[in-house]
Ligand binder design. Structure first.
Ligand SMILES: NC(=O)C1=CN([C@@H]2O[C@H](COP(=O)(O)OP(=O)(O)OC[C@H]3O[C@@H](n4cnc5c(N)ncnc54)[C@H](O)[C@@H]3O)[C@@H](O)[C@H]2O)C=CC1
Ligand SMILES: O=C(O)CCC(=O)C(=O)O
Length: 388
């Protein structure tokens, strides 16, 4: 029986795929796999038998990726599975920051039930007048799954869209509308745009990228949209920018104690991917990734190990080796198997930065002695007997 621990509410469309050999457990002590959304795993002591963590979502800043890699734990995410949910909320964000819909709704609540509300509102509505987004300049920072969707949708609504992503993937570039202007220097976005939306992962290199230096270059009355992570913005600098009028509105899906109390902030409680459709998509993708890895050793959409797909094993044995990306690992692995008289039928070796993965199909099952020798190789993090 394979134990899978769900650390957040995961759509049943995902967990329904984990039947038969799988058991959903509350305690991760004996878990082979973890399904998680936003719960933080930075302080978690991972059990020795844990093979994989699947994040039903895009951002993986809640998971210690390096620590997991060194323990031979493969971490997956679900790229693009919630992009439409987030895009739709970003569009709502564009409208909510250009028209005072929120103020207008509050006014109607305050005057609810009053006989003369319809007369009063015609006098009061000028306080909630706004602008149209058509013809305005939108800067999209980060053109991945979500950024591309937002850029294309905003272009279709008549905005002049500038896109910046120094690491754009070929796939994303193919997805992008031809009307999106490719910007090579983020400062152009800061200088020229009326609305700026951030769709980058939270990394050391992106932390607090929206800061005083960035605000100094921006137009007065700019609108900032943050549907990515709160730490991408320096909150103290944002407070100053809102006070001075440099920033007209800051709309964020990641309020914290400081930003939620600032005038000029519109906040939602991390709702970007909270749609039935996105939750179902993420859960299904995460469960499938976990299953294929646990059952076949195949890796798809990992964020700390390379991709690898050898299908379903057709011979007597399969082993998966998670190790450091250093010289002579393959030599040592094949020598140990040769010494045990085991012939390799098929093999894949892939690396990703500091880490590598070797998947071997064997004509005879690997004996315990061979596995023990493989485990002792310097730089070997884990040896998994997948079949045999
Ligand atoms: N509000 C919500 O509920 C959700 C928030 N998110 C957040 O949105 C982020 C983006 O999600 P996806 O688009 O799905 O991820 P993605 O991985 O498809 O795209 C991220 C893009 O950012 C680019 N990038 C990295 N560093 C950059 C930099 N310094 N400047 C410009 N571009 C840079 C990458 O090249 C990549 O193309 C996630 O990491 C997560 O933090 C994601 C899903 C839901
Ligand atoms: O599971 C969620 O609702 C969070 C989505 C998210 O932030 C992400 O996918 O990065």
């Amino acid at each position: 029986m394979r134990n899978i621990c769900c650390l957040n509410q995961i759509s049943h469309y995902g967990t329904d795929r984990l039947t038969g050999d799988y058991k959903l457990v509350d305690d991760m002590k004996d878990a082979e796999g973890i399904l998680v959304r936003s719960a933080s795993l930075h302080e978690t002591e991972f059990p020795a038998g844990l093979e994989a963590i699947a994040r039903a979502g895009a951002g993986v800043n809640n998971i210690p990726l390096d620590e997991c890699a060194k323990k031979g734990i493969v971490v997956f995410n679900t790229p693009g599975a919630n992009k439409n949910g987030v895009k739709e909320l970003v569009l709502a964000g564009l409208f909510l920051t250009s028209r005072d819909v929120v103020g207008g709704i509050e006014w109607c609540r305050e005057h609810a039930g009053e006989e003369d509300i319809s007369k009063k509102m015609e006098k009061s509505k000028k306080a909630f007048a706004g602008n149209e987004i058509r013809g305005k300049k939108l800067g999209v920072i980060g053109l991945g799954a979500i950024g591309c969707e937002v850029a294309n949708a905003a272009a279709a609504l008549g905005m002049e869209v500038y896109g910046y992503d120094p690491f754009i993937s070929v796939n994303a570039a193919w997805m992008l509308s031809r009307s999106v202007k490719h910007i090579m220097d983020v400062n152009t976005i800061y200088k020229d745009c009326d609305y700026i939306t951030v769709h980058v992962p939270l990394l050391d290199s992106t932390k607090e990228m929206i800061n005083q230096a960035a605000f100094d270059q921006m137009k007065d009355g700019v609108v900032i949209l943050n549907y990515a992570r709160d730490l991408l913005v320096n909150d103290d600098d944002m407070a100053e920018a809102l006070k001075s009028g440099k920033v007209k509105k800051y709309i964020t899906d990641f309020p914290n104690a400081k930003t939620s109390a600032m005038d000029g902030v519109i906040a939602t409680p991390h709702l970007g991917a909270s749609t039935e459709e996105s939750e179902d998509n993420c859960a299904v993708m995460a469960a499938d990734e976990l299953k294929d890895y646990l059952e076949n050793g195949n890796i798809k959409n990992s964020v700390n190990y390379p991709a690898c797909d050898m299908g379903i094993c057709q011979v007597a044995g399969r082993i998966g080796l998670l190790h450091a990306n250093i010289p002579n690992m393959i030599g040592q692995i094949t020598s140990i198997l040769a010494a045990e008289g085991i012939n390799i039928a098929n093999m894949t070796n892939k690396s990703r930065d500091k880490y590598a993965y070797t998947l071997l199909d064997l004509e005879d099952p690997a004996k315990a002695e061979a596995v023990s020798h493989l485990e002792k190789i310097n730089g070997m993090y884990k040896v998994r007997v997948i079949k045999g």
